[in-house]
Write a protein that binds this ligand. Structure first.
Ligand code: BG6
Length: 477
């Protein structure tokens, strides 16, 4: 859907996120014909690189990070024409008059705060106080949205002092992933699953987000965050919401976010013995976590597994096992819904235990697998075997090189004014309200993370967490 020309201002315009994701993403949407050529994209930052320097910076970012090389040949110069740069001091006077002069009256203005959260308040104040925004202007903010409930409330208050919630777009890039949105399509587009989607039929649900990468290069941030703040409070929480929520009446921002919020509010506090934290050690030629962050005594977790429960009508009694970590065996994000045993086996105990299982693979190979039980072919009586009904999205639908990635989709949603895939203030705060006591608990107990070998499946205790309940994690990779 084409949009009218707009002004997009990226604070932190020369930062890492702008270079890797925002600018290459905008370029791809431009090549796809979704960004009109009268649009103005203004990078703002402390450095004094000027318009020409910025265009060179963006060109090199696109060469490095844009997925479609041929685009960088066909449309690059036209795209660079859209770009301008303003050197500006977020907390001082410098640059603000320049910025005001550059904006087009009557156009949609979107301000992307691709900077640390400590600057959110100052930027909001400068923009609104300086008359650079109107009621239609939009603010985009990134995670980490706070460090705990108190800081998240302070950030929300700083933004709310100047903007209303309809103008604020809090990004969790997992919500922009095609496959994550597909979770809703699978659940609410099919008759097949929803009647079984509850504790009467579901034994348990596993959510795994495993990464191969370590934390080198982000040490300072990660040491203060750890896996709980970096991944569970936001990305895994969003996956949990989408898998557990009630069907919203419509696919609209507040109907969807109301249902997600109810899930977060239904989460029970996590029992201390239902949490396993881990930290990777050197193996297979890569450094340990402690070496990566240059802190031989670090107690930050690079891995976490936990079991949680939802106290609501649909899910009471069904455990949810969540697991995420760095330097694991493979990059592999998946959700597995394991159904209960059939109430009675007509084949007798020798047929063994067979359970249906729906696995939704989010990345890297997107698809759905439904494990069904059939007869083992051949003579020998009624022996049963489980086979996968396998569907790879790429094979079924063809791979679409033009499909927008998470950031592209979310940025265009900002311009179109669609908040469905963005987190609301109360959602973020509820997620912190659940996360905070978990973290405080292990801090007050002085728990140290368990070591695990780099490129393994995480610490043994994580396997025990689920094995104690007579269950097993699904393989990573
Ligand atoms: C980010 C986290 O939000 O998500 C990173 O800060 C993590 O630590 C990243 O690596 C994972 O995103 P993706 O899209 O690669 O799964």
């Amino acid at each position: 859907i084409p949009v009218d020309p707009f002004d997009l201002i990226i604070f932190g315009g020369t930062g890492d996120l702008a270079r890797r994701k925002i600018l290459p993403g905008l370029f791809r949407r431009f090549c796809a014909g979704q960004i009109p050529s009268e649009t103005e994209i203004i990078g703002a930052g402390r450095s004094e690189i000027g318009q020409q320097g910025y265009r060179e910076f963006v060109a090199s970012a696109i060469h490095e990070f844009s997925k479609r090389e041929e685009c960088s040949i066909c449309g690059l110069n036209e795209f660079l024409e859209l770009l301008d740069y303003i050197s500006l001091d977020a907390q001082g006077e410098r640059g603000w008059a320049d910025l005001a002069a550059r904006l087009h009256p009557g156009r949609l203005r979107a301000f992307y705060f691709s900077v640390g959260p400590s600057l959110f308040g100052d930027l909001a104040e400068r923009l609104a106080g300086g008359g650079l925004t109107d009621a239609g202007s939009r603010i985009v903010v990134e995670k980490p949205f706070g460090h705990d409930l108190e800081s998240a409330q302070a950030l929300n208050a700083a933004l709310a002092a100047r903007f209303n919630e309809r103008q604020i777009y809090r990004i969790d890039h997992y919500l922009g992933k095609e496959t994550v949105q597909n979770l809703m399509a699978v659940r609410f587009g099919n008759m097949l699953f929803e009647p079984l989607w509850n504790s009467q039929y579901v034994d348990h649900i596993q959510i795994t987000v495993a990464e191969r990468v370590g934390v080198a290069g982000r040490a300072a941030f990660y040491e203060k965050a750890g896996a709980m703040r970096d991944m569970v409070q936001n990305h895994l929480m969003q996956l949990l919401c989408l898998i557990a929520m009630e069907p919203p009446a419509k696919f609209e921002p507040d109907t969807v976010r109301d249902e997600k919020l109810k899930v977060i509010r239904a989460l029970d506090p996590v029992e201390p013995h239902h949490i396993v934290r881990g930290q990777y050690t050197a193996a297979e030629g890569v450094a340990s976590y402690r070496e990566d962050v240059d802190n031989p005594r670090s107690r930050t977790e690079s891995f976490i597994a936990l079991k949680c429960h939802l106290s609501n009508w649909r899910w009471a009694g069904t455990p949810f096992y969540l697991r995420t970590g760095k330097r694991l065996r493979a990059r592999d994000s998946q959700i597995t819904v394991v159904f209960k045993d059939a109430p009675h086996s007509i084949f007798g105990p020798e047929a063994g235990r067979h359970r249906n299982e729906l696995r939704i693979k989010l990345q890297p190979d997107e698809g759905i697998t439904l494990k069904v039980t059939i007869k083992d072919p051949g003579p020998g009586g009624m022996r049963l075997v489980d086979v996968p009904l396998d569907m790879s999205f790429a094979e079924a639908l063809g791979s679409d090189a033009d499909a927008p990635d998470a950031y592209e989709r979310l940025i265009m949603d900002v311009i179109r004014g669609n908040q469905t895939l963005f987190m609301r203030d109360d959602e973020v705060e509820a997620a912190w309200a659940w996360t905070d006591p978990v973290i405080r608990g292990w801090e007050s107990r002085g728990d140290a993370p368990k070591p695990y070998d780099a490129y393994s499946a995480g610490p043994d205790d994580a396997a025990m967490l689920i094995r104690r309940d007579g269950r097993e994690w699904r393989e990573i990779g």
